[in-house]
Design a binder for this molecule. Structure first.
Ligand code: ARG
Length: 444
């Protein structure tokens, strides 16, 4: 190959990291060839021993990588032939790089998905612990980033537990479609040897065999699906990070990010920047990017394997590293977050947060909700124009807006407000306690 063409088409610089899976897959393949009598016992033994030696070389970092060979698969095979002689060339019997590369990616992803799930759970644990610890704390809940109704801090935090729970389920579900052995598909049409695919699947821990060789060598849905799951997860992390960034601003002051997870400014000595949260928020971009890139690569590709598909790897690896890296840093940041209960309490004293409760009070006296809404709107406007809170509006004044107001207007409070929301999914202490229990059970 032309030197420039070679360097342009080579995947070696990035697919090297697939070597453990490549060797694992090759050993299983050799054992199957031997069992089926496609290669002799002697040949099988030599090939497996050679592969194990190569693995050690790769682990020690003294494997002689040959950049003139396109990828890690060719490199390992060439090295095997160097080590055990021409019989090393028998390893590729009944196999193509097309089914081999799909196998390696699937082995790689199976492992990584389990790691992602474990780390999602670690983050959930940190969230649930902090929710539990601050479960009495009330803060304003927001819509449109405007103060809306009081909620328990634990309720707010547990919203992220729910998002992560769905993420966990999505990754688990995607595993079903990764867990399919493509080996035995050959280049595209299957192989003309009496292979035993079930045996290979068993050794490698796959639950299913691919059922169409053309599809098997050209399917990258499982890569795209991982990137979808990762994109949604990162989107969730970015929302959590965004709230930590907002909440740690002087304007909110609800939390302080621990100095060990914050950066300083080279010019402004007073700054403590939520760098980790910002970076995690920013890293969503590259994960979405890889997803869109891969969807685009696969769009309109004719069957079966096309070299375009080599573009699957860098984005996937980057996504795996970004997701694992982000999940690695988040639990510590959450655990070390200083929760400023006093600030939250003060903010939740804003009695406009209770306007809905005021309307609900009238509804319980028989006023249609829509009417109650209008009456309270007028009370709010009146109080606002007088620069007074609801508490400073007298009962007579209330009654001038609606006869049905009574002493109960004086009993409205943030804690009464949250307690009233006592149906499943609501923010009452009882419901939140139930959700905490449910979360704990999940994490057990
Ligand atoms: N380097 C290729 C890739 O990563 C391996 C598969 C190549 N197959 C082929 N027929 N050229 O996708």
């Amino acid at each position: 190959m032309n030197e420039r063409a070679l360097s342009y088409t080579s995947s070696l610089p990035f697919d090297r990291r697939l070597y453990p899976y490549d060797i694992q897959g090759s050993i299983a393949h050799a054992q199957m060839l031997q069992k089926q009598g496609i290669i002799s016992q002697e040949e099988g033994k030599k090939i497996v021993a050679g592969l194990l030696e190569i693995k050690e070389e790769l682990e020690r970092g003294d494997f002689p990588l040959r950049p003139e060979l396109e990828d890690i698969h060719m490199n390992i095979e060439a090295r095997l032939i160097q080590k055990v002689g021409a019989i090393g060339g028998k390893l590729h019997t009944a196999r193509s790089r097309n089914d081999q590369v799909s196998l390696d990616l699937r082995l790689f992803l199976k492992e990584k998905i389990s790691e992602v799930i474990a780390r999602v759970r670690e983050l959930q644990r940190a969230i649930v612990d902090r929710a539990e610890e601050n479960k009495q704390v009330i803060l304003p809940g927001y819509t449109h980033l405007q103060r809306a109704q009081p909620v328990l801090f634990a309720h707010h935090f547990l919203a992220y537990f729910e998002m992560l729970l769905r993420d966990e389920e999505r990754f688990k579900d995607s595993l079903k479609r990764v867990d399919v052995l493509p080996l035995g598909s050959g280049a595209l049409a299957g192989v003309p040897y009496p292979i035993d695919r079930e045996f290979v699947a068993q050794i490698l821990g796959f639950s299913h065999l691919s059922q169409n060789s053309l599809d098997a060598v050209s399917d990258r849905d499982f890569v795209i699906e991982f990137e979808v799951c990762s994109s949604i997860l990162m989107m969730h992390l970015s929302r959590l990070c965004e709230e930590l960034i907002l909440w740690s601003s002087s304007e909110f002051g609800f939390v302080e990010v621990s100095p060990s997870f914050a950066g300083g400014s080279s010019i402004m000595p007073q700054k403590r920047n939520p760098d980790v949260a910002e970076l995690c928020r920013g890293k969503v971009g590259r994960v979405y990017g890889s997803l869109i890139a891969m969807l685009t690569v696969m769009k309109s590709l004719p069957l079966s394997y096309n070299k375009d598909m080599q573009e699957d790897k860098e984005g996937l690896f980057d996504t795996v590293d970004t997701v694992l890296g982000s999940l690695n840093i988040m639990p510590g940041m959450i655990r070390e977050l200083r929760v400023n209960k006093q600030k939250m309490k003060e903010a939740s004293q804003d009695d406009r947060l209770l306007a809905t409760d005021l309307a609900d009070l009238l509804v319980r006296r028989g006023v249609p909700f829509r009417e109650a809404h209008q009456i309270v709107r007028r009370v709010v406007e009146f109080a606002h124009s007088e620069k007074r809170g609801f508490k400073e509006v007298s009962l007579e004044e209330y009654k001038s807006f609606c006869e049905l107001f009574d002493e109960e207007v004086k009993s409205l409070s943030p804690s009464a407000s949250v307690s009233l929301r006592d149906e499943v999914g609501g923010t009452s202490p009882g419901q939140v306690e139930y959700q905490l229990k449910r979360a704990r059970e999940h994490l057990r």
